[in-house]
Ligand binder design. Structure first.
Ligand code: SF4
Length: 268
């Protein structure tokens, strides 16, 4: 059967991260894929119909070659986006985001106390400073938040934050029992009733905002997404790892197979 990939794909550049979120979908393993291999994967995906790349990780902003990869995609007249925790953002990266017209989605989960508890470090001040810097630089910036049980107030808090800072899009992601979250679902998972009430609240607030803020509901439990993992596998990710499906593996660049095998051993 011919390989059918979506127009856009989530593209992991590393499994390194400077946070330790309690609901991390892709926990840190320390693997950082080199820029040449990533550029090769991008070209392979382009040759298989992919038109847009959502750079993710780990924390993709930590990858020293991310500016080069953004330029690589832009040079091929395709679109890139970046999902980041906003803890660190170099001037070089900000400049590359601007030049390549890359959209940025920053993860922010509530006020200082709650956000820091969720990401496992003192990140709130740096993340919110990054959001303001990105907006000041003219970079299209949105916010994404993961909502856990008992903390649905964060939706209203984040709506106020976005309206105050000038963010135009907020995505709400209910907690998923994947990755780190799989071991913590008894604390954080929303019941069916809680999830339904949250969805209704988001729908009502979206209507009331009347276009002032694009409030989105991301339900990954019914919308599996294609993800390129750090070992080059393309996975159709479902709401739990048990429902993931490996689609194929991007071949390693010629002459680098041994190097790739060594990296996989690092990961295991
Ligand atoms: S959710 Fe993102 S920022 Fe948080 S630990 Fe995982 S990779 Fe890092």
């Amino acid at each position: 059967m011919p390989l059918k990939l979506p127009d856009r794909i989530c593209f992991r550049v590393s499994r390194c991260c400077n946070a330790r979120c309690v609901f991390c979908l892709a926990p840190a393993t320390g693997v950082m894929v080199d820029g040449d291999t990533l550029a090769h994967r991008i070209d392979w995906l382009l040759s298989h119909g992919v038109r847009g790349f959502d750079f993710c990780g780990g924390e993709p902003a930590l990858h020293p070659e991310l500016p080069r990869l953004l330029a690589h995609v832009h040079g091929r007249r395709k679109k890139a986006a970046l999902t980041t925790n906003g803890i660190e953002m170099s001037d070089t990266l900000v400049s590359a985001l601007l030049t390549t017209k890359t959209r940025v989605k920053v993860s922010l989960h509530g006020d200082r106390t709650h956000h820091n508890a969720m990401v496992g470090c003192e990140a709130f001040d740096r993340t919110t400073a990054t959001i303001r810097d990105l907006l000041r630089s003219g970079i299209a910036t949105s916010v994404q938040t993961t909502v856990v049980s008992g903390k649905t107030w964060v939706v209203d808090w984040l709506i106020d934050f976005c309206l105050t800072t000038g963010i135009r899009r907020l995505s709400i992601l209910p907690f998923l029992p994947r990755g780190t979250g799989r071991t913590r679902q008894e604390h954080f998972a929303l019941s069916t009733a809680q999830r339904g009430a949250l969805h209704n609240h988001v729908t009502a607030r979206r209507r009331a905002l009347n276009g002032r803020l694009d409030l989105r509901w991301l339900n990954l439990s019914v919308q599996p997404i294609h993800v390129v993992e750090v070992d080059g596998s393309i996975i159709l990710e479902g709401p739990t790892e048990a429902r993931d499906r490996v689609i194929c593996r991007i071949p390693a660049p010629a002459g680098t197979e041994q190097l790739m095998a060594a990296r996989e051993n690092d990961w295991s």
